[in-house]
Design a protein around this ligand. Structure first.
Ligand code: NCD
Length: 308
Protein backbone atom coordinates (compact mmCIF):
# COMPACT_ATOMS: atom_id res chain seq x y z
CA UNK A 1 0.00 0.00 0.00
CA UNK A 2 1.61 3.19 -1.07
CA UNK A 3 1.22 6.30 0.98
CA UNK A 4 -0.09 8.35 -1.92
CA UNK A 5 -2.71 5.71 -2.12
CA UNK A 6 -4.71 7.87 -0.90
CA UNK A 7 -4.76 6.41 2.60
CA UNK A 8 -2.37 6.13 5.53
CA UNK A 9 -3.25 2.83 7.19
CA UNK A 10 0.09 1.84 8.70
CA UNK A 11 3.85 2.20 8.57
CA UNK A 12 4.03 -1.23 6.91
CA UNK A 13 4.37 -0.65 3.20
CA UNK A 14 5.97 2.77 3.49
CA UNK A 15 9.44 3.10 2.01
CA UNK A 16 12.20 5.15 3.54
CA UNK A 17 11.59 7.72 0.83
CA UNK A 18 7.87 7.93 1.71
CA UNK A 19 8.72 8.47 5.37
CA UNK A 20 11.34 11.10 4.57
CA UNK A 21 8.83 12.94 2.41
CA UNK A 22 6.33 13.04 5.28
CA UNK A 23 8.97 14.19 7.79
CA UNK A 24 10.24 16.89 5.45
CA UNK A 25 6.71 18.17 4.83
CA UNK A 26 6.14 18.12 8.60
CA UNK A 27 9.20 20.38 8.93
CA UNK A 28 7.56 22.91 6.63
CA UNK A 29 4.35 22.83 8.66
CA UNK A 30 6.30 23.03 11.92
CA UNK A 31 7.59 26.39 10.74
CA UNK A 32 3.97 27.51 10.15
CA UNK A 33 3.13 26.61 13.75
CA UNK A 34 5.91 28.88 14.99
CA UNK A 35 4.41 31.88 13.19
CA UNK A 36 2.05 34.42 14.74
CA UNK A 37 -0.75 33.35 12.41
CA UNK A 38 -0.62 29.58 12.57
CA UNK A 39 -2.87 28.91 9.61
CA UNK A 40 -2.50 28.15 5.90
CA UNK A 41 -5.28 27.86 3.29
CA UNK A 42 -4.09 24.45 2.01
CA UNK A 43 -7.27 22.44 2.68
CA UNK A 44 -9.84 25.21 2.44
CA UNK A 45 -13.20 23.82 1.36
CA UNK A 46 -12.32 20.24 2.39
CA UNK A 47 -14.03 18.38 5.21
CA UNK A 48 -12.23 16.11 7.66
CA UNK A 49 -14.23 13.87 9.99
CA UNK A 50 -12.62 12.46 13.11
CA UNK A 51 -14.30 9.13 13.78
CA UNK A 52 -13.19 8.17 17.29
CA UNK A 53 -14.58 4.95 18.71
CA UNK A 54 -12.17 4.97 21.68
CA UNK A 55 -11.25 7.55 24.29
CA UNK A 56 -8.45 9.86 23.16
CA UNK A 57 -7.15 13.25 24.23
CA UNK A 58 -4.01 14.08 22.36
CA UNK A 59 -4.51 12.25 19.09
CA UNK A 60 -8.02 13.59 18.50
CA UNK A 61 -7.13 17.13 19.54
CA UNK A 62 -3.99 16.98 17.45
CA UNK A 63 -5.84 15.88 14.30
CA UNK A 64 -8.55 18.45 14.95
CA UNK A 65 -6.11 21.33 15.32
CA UNK A 66 -4.00 20.09 12.41
CA UNK A 67 -7.08 20.15 10.16
CA UNK A 68 -8.09 23.60 11.37
CA UNK A 69 -4.58 24.98 10.85
CA UNK A 70 -4.91 23.80 7.23
CA UNK A 71 -8.26 25.68 6.99
CA UNK A 72 -10.34 22.50 6.54
CA UNK A 73 -13.75 22.08 8.16
CA UNK A 74 -13.28 19.53 10.93
CA UNK A 75 -16.10 17.54 12.46
CA UNK A 76 -15.67 15.32 15.49
CA UNK A 77 -17.74 12.22 15.76
CA UNK A 78 -17.78 10.26 18.96
CA UNK A 79 -19.35 6.90 19.44
CA UNK A 80 -21.32 7.65 22.60
CA UNK A 81 -23.40 10.43 20.99
CA UNK A 82 -23.92 8.80 17.59
CA UNK A 83 -26.29 6.29 16.01
CA UNK A 84 -23.70 3.58 16.62
CA UNK A 85 -25.37 3.16 20.01
CA UNK A 86 -28.58 2.42 18.04
CA UNK A 87 -26.88 -0.43 16.21
CA UNK A 88 -25.53 1.23 13.05
CA UNK A 89 -22.45 -0.52 11.64
CA UNK A 90 -19.07 1.15 11.20
CA UNK A 91 -19.41 1.04 7.43
CA UNK A 92 -22.95 2.47 7.37
CA UNK A 93 -21.87 5.22 9.75
CA UNK A 94 -18.86 6.04 7.59
CA UNK A 95 -20.86 6.00 4.34
CA UNK A 96 -23.43 8.34 5.87
CA UNK A 97 -20.72 10.75 6.93
CA UNK A 98 -18.96 10.47 3.59
CA UNK A 99 -22.18 11.39 1.78
CA UNK A 100 -22.18 14.82 3.49
CA UNK A 101 -19.53 14.87 1.86
CA UNK A 102 -16.18 14.45 3.64
CA UNK A 103 -12.89 14.02 1.84
CA UNK A 104 -10.80 12.64 4.74
CA UNK A 105 -11.87 10.25 7.50
CA UNK A 106 -9.56 9.87 10.51
CA UNK A 107 -10.42 6.73 12.43
CA UNK A 108 -9.53 5.39 15.87
CA UNK A 109 -11.13 2.06 16.68
CA UNK A 110 -10.61 -0.74 19.22
CA UNK A 111 -10.58 -3.42 16.48
CA UNK A 112 -7.34 -4.17 14.63
CA UNK A 113 -7.98 -3.78 10.91
CA UNK A 114 -10.87 -1.29 11.27
CA UNK A 115 -9.03 1.39 9.29
CA UNK A 116 -8.34 -0.97 6.41
CA UNK A 117 -11.95 -2.17 6.37
CA UNK A 118 -13.09 1.44 6.19
CA UNK A 119 -10.64 2.26 3.40
CA UNK A 120 -12.11 -0.60 1.34
CA UNK A 121 -15.66 0.62 1.91
CA UNK A 122 -15.54 4.36 1.23
CA UNK A 123 -14.03 6.54 -1.45
CA UNK A 124 -12.72 9.16 1.01
CA UNK A 125 -9.09 9.07 2.17
CA UNK A 126 -8.68 7.17 5.42
CA UNK A 127 -6.05 7.88 8.06
CA UNK A 128 -5.51 5.31 10.80
CA UNK A 129 -5.30 7.07 14.17
CA UNK A 130 -4.87 3.76 16.01
CA UNK A 131 -6.66 0.46 15.36
CA UNK A 132 -6.75 -2.00 18.24
CA UNK A 133 -3.39 -3.67 18.78
CA UNK A 134 -2.34 -3.18 15.15
CA UNK A 135 -0.84 0.18 14.07
CA UNK A 136 -0.71 3.87 14.96
CA UNK A 137 1.28 5.31 12.07
CA UNK A 138 1.10 9.03 12.89
CA UNK A 139 2.46 8.33 16.38
CA UNK A 140 5.48 6.53 14.89
CA UNK A 141 6.01 9.34 12.39
CA UNK A 142 5.96 11.99 15.11
CA UNK A 143 8.34 9.85 17.17
CA UNK A 144 10.76 9.74 14.23
CA UNK A 145 10.39 13.47 13.70
CA UNK A 146 11.06 14.18 17.38
CA UNK A 147 14.17 12.00 17.46
CA UNK A 148 15.50 13.52 14.24
CA UNK A 149 14.92 17.01 15.63
CA UNK A 150 16.58 16.25 18.99
CA UNK A 151 19.49 14.07 17.84
CA UNK A 152 19.92 15.19 14.23
CA UNK A 153 19.41 11.74 12.70
CA UNK A 154 17.71 8.37 13.11
CA UNK A 155 20.09 6.18 11.08
CA UNK A 156 22.46 4.21 13.28
CA UNK A 157 20.73 5.02 16.58
CA UNK A 158 19.85 2.41 19.17
CA UNK A 159 16.20 2.61 20.28
CA UNK A 160 14.90 0.76 23.36
CA UNK A 161 11.15 0.14 23.62
CA UNK A 162 10.11 -0.89 27.12
CA UNK A 163 6.78 -2.18 28.41
CA UNK A 164 3.47 -3.53 27.19
CA UNK A 165 4.47 -4.36 23.64
CA UNK A 166 1.84 -7.07 23.29
CA UNK A 167 -1.07 -4.60 23.43
CA UNK A 168 0.72 -1.66 21.84
CA UNK A 169 -0.04 -0.42 18.34
CA UNK A 170 2.56 2.27 19.01
CA UNK A 171 5.26 -0.38 19.50
CA UNK A 172 4.34 -2.10 16.23
CA UNK A 173 4.43 1.10 14.22
CA UNK A 174 7.56 2.37 16.00
CA UNK A 175 9.49 -0.85 15.36
CA UNK A 176 8.66 -0.72 11.64
CA UNK A 177 9.37 2.99 11.41
CA UNK A 178 12.70 3.08 13.26
CA UNK A 179 13.98 0.00 11.45
CA UNK A 180 12.98 1.38 8.04
CA UNK A 181 14.95 4.52 8.87
CA UNK A 182 18.07 2.53 9.78
CA UNK A 183 17.94 2.46 13.59
CA UNK A 184 18.38 -0.73 15.60
CA UNK A 185 15.65 -1.61 18.09
CA UNK A 186 15.71 -3.53 21.36
CA UNK A 187 12.43 -4.49 22.98
CA UNK A 188 12.11 -5.17 26.70
CA UNK A 189 9.38 -6.20 29.13
CA UNK A 190 8.08 -9.07 31.21
CA UNK A 191 7.60 -12.16 29.02
CA UNK A 192 3.80 -12.15 29.41
CA UNK A 193 3.50 -8.80 27.62
CA UNK A 194 6.00 -9.46 24.84
CA UNK A 195 4.32 -10.96 21.77
CA UNK A 196 5.53 -14.39 20.63
CA UNK A 197 7.86 -14.38 17.64
CA UNK A 198 9.22 -10.89 18.37
CA UNK A 199 12.73 -11.80 17.25
CA UNK A 200 11.36 -12.35 13.72
CA UNK A 201 10.55 -8.64 13.61
CA UNK A 202 14.28 -7.99 13.37
CA UNK A 203 14.62 -6.60 16.89
CA UNK A 204 16.70 -7.65 19.88
CA UNK A 205 14.66 -8.88 22.81
CA UNK A 206 15.62 -8.83 26.47
CA UNK A 207 13.78 -9.34 29.73
CA UNK A 208 16.34 -7.22 31.62
CA UNK A 209 15.87 -3.47 31.52
CA UNK A 210 19.53 -2.77 32.31
CA UNK A 211 20.46 -4.66 29.16
CA UNK A 212 17.90 -2.73 27.08
CA UNK A 213 19.17 0.64 28.31
CA UNK A 214 22.84 -0.21 27.79
CA UNK A 215 24.02 1.81 24.78
CA UNK A 216 20.54 3.14 23.96
CA UNK A 217 20.25 6.62 22.43
CA UNK A 218 16.47 6.70 22.78
CA UNK A 219 14.19 4.94 25.23
CA UNK A 220 10.45 4.78 24.59
CA UNK A 221 8.32 3.78 27.59
CA UNK A 222 4.93 2.30 26.79
CA UNK A 223 1.82 2.66 28.91
CA UNK A 224 0.58 -0.42 30.72
CA UNK A 225 -2.67 -0.95 28.80
CA UNK A 226 -4.86 -2.09 31.67
CA UNK A 227 -8.04 -1.72 29.58
CA UNK A 228 -6.77 -4.41 27.18
CA UNK A 229 -5.28 -6.67 29.87
CA UNK A 230 -8.25 -8.75 30.92
CA UNK A 231 -6.26 -11.38 32.78
CA UNK A 232 -3.20 -11.02 35.04
CA UNK A 233 -0.47 -10.25 32.52
CA UNK A 234 1.61 -8.81 35.37
CA UNK A 235 1.11 -9.69 39.05
CA UNK A 236 0.77 -6.03 40.06
CA UNK A 237 1.55 -2.56 38.75
CA UNK A 238 3.84 -1.99 41.75
CA UNK A 239 5.88 -5.02 40.84
CA UNK A 240 6.01 -3.91 37.20
CA UNK A 241 7.21 -0.46 38.29
CA UNK A 242 9.86 -1.99 40.55
CA UNK A 243 11.22 -4.26 37.81
CA UNK A 244 10.68 -2.25 34.60
CA UNK A 245 9.88 1.37 35.51
CA UNK A 246 12.14 4.01 33.93
CA UNK A 247 13.85 5.54 36.96
CA UNK A 248 16.69 8.03 37.22
CA UNK A 249 18.91 5.35 38.81
CA UNK A 250 18.39 3.01 35.88
CA UNK A 251 19.09 5.70 33.29
CA UNK A 252 22.20 6.86 35.18
CA UNK A 253 23.48 3.30 35.51
CA UNK A 254 23.30 3.05 31.69
CA UNK A 255 25.25 6.28 31.21
CA UNK A 256 22.20 8.57 31.43
CA UNK A 257 22.69 10.16 28.01
CA UNK A 258 19.61 8.81 26.27
CA UNK A 259 16.50 10.85 25.48
CA UNK A 260 13.24 9.60 26.96
CA UNK A 261 9.91 9.37 25.13
CA UNK A 262 6.39 8.19 25.88
CA UNK A 263 3.33 8.31 23.56
CA UNK A 264 1.08 9.28 26.47
CA UNK A 265 -1.09 9.05 28.40
CA UNK A 266 1.51 8.48 31.12
CA UNK A 267 0.95 6.44 34.23
CA UNK A 268 3.34 8.38 36.45
CA UNK A 269 5.21 6.11 38.83
CA UNK A 270 4.32 2.98 36.84
CA UNK A 271 6.21 2.81 33.54
CA UNK A 272 8.04 6.09 34.12
CA UNK A 273 9.12 7.89 37.31
CA UNK A 274 7.79 11.47 37.61
CA UNK A 275 11.31 12.98 37.81
CA UNK A 276 12.26 11.19 34.56
CA UNK A 277 9.06 12.28 32.77
CA UNK A 278 9.72 15.90 33.76
CA UNK A 279 13.50 15.89 33.23
CA UNK A 280 15.50 17.81 30.64
CA UNK A 281 16.11 14.59 28.70
CA UNK A 282 12.35 13.96 28.34
CA UNK A 283 10.94 14.71 24.87
CA UNK A 284 7.36 13.93 25.84
CA UNK A 285 6.01 17.44 25.25
CA UNK A 286 8.08 17.82 22.09
CA UNK A 287 6.27 14.71 20.82
CA UNK A 288 2.92 16.41 21.39
CA UNK A 289 3.97 19.63 19.65
CA UNK A 290 5.52 17.79 16.70
CA UNK A 291 2.45 15.57 16.42
CA UNK A 292 0.45 18.44 15.05
CA UNK A 293 2.99 19.27 12.33
CA UNK A 294 3.23 15.60 11.33
CA UNK A 295 -0.57 15.31 11.14
CA UNK A 296 -0.77 18.47 9.03
CA UNK A 297 1.74 16.87 6.65
CA UNK A 298 -0.21 13.60 6.50
CA UNK A 299 -3.55 15.37 5.92
CA UNK A 300 -1.97 17.45 3.21
CA UNK A 301 -0.32 14.49 1.47
CA UNK A 302 -3.38 12.19 1.53
CA UNK A 303 -5.39 15.08 0.08
CA UNK A 304 -3.08 14.84 -2.92
CA UNK A 305 -0.52 17.51 -2.09
CA UNK A 306 3.03 17.36 -3.42
CA UNK A 307 5.85 17.65 -0.87
CA UNK A 308 5.28 20.84 1.12
C1 NCD B 1 -1.47 5.64 22.46
C2 NCD B 1 -2.65 4.96 21.83
O1 NCD B 1 -3.79 5.30 22.10
O2 NCD B 1 -2.38 4.06 21.06
N1 NCD B 1 -1.66 6.95 22.82
C3 NCD B 1 -1.63 7.93 21.89
O3 NCD B 1 -2.18 7.83 20.82
N2 NCD B 1 -0.90 9.02 22.19
C4 NCD B 1 -0.84 4.83 23.48
C5 NCD B 1 -1.64 4.46 24.68
O4 NCD B 1 -2.87 4.53 24.74
O5 NCD B 1 -0.99 4.00 25.62
Amino acid sequence: MSFRGPHLLGIRGLSRGDIEEILDSAGTFRAVLDRDIKKVPTLRGKTIVNLFFEPSTRTRTSFELAGKRLSADVVNFSQSTSSVVKGETLIDTARTIEAMPAEILVIRHPCSGAAELLARSVSASVINAGDGMHEHPTQALLDLYTVREALGRVEGLRVAIVGDVLHSRVARSDILAFKTMGASVVVCGPPTILPPGLAEWGVDVTLRIAEALEGADVVIALRMQMERQNAGFVPSLNEYAALYGLTRERLDAAGGRMVVMHPGPINRGVEIAPDVADSASSLILNQVANGMAVRMAVLYLVAGGASA
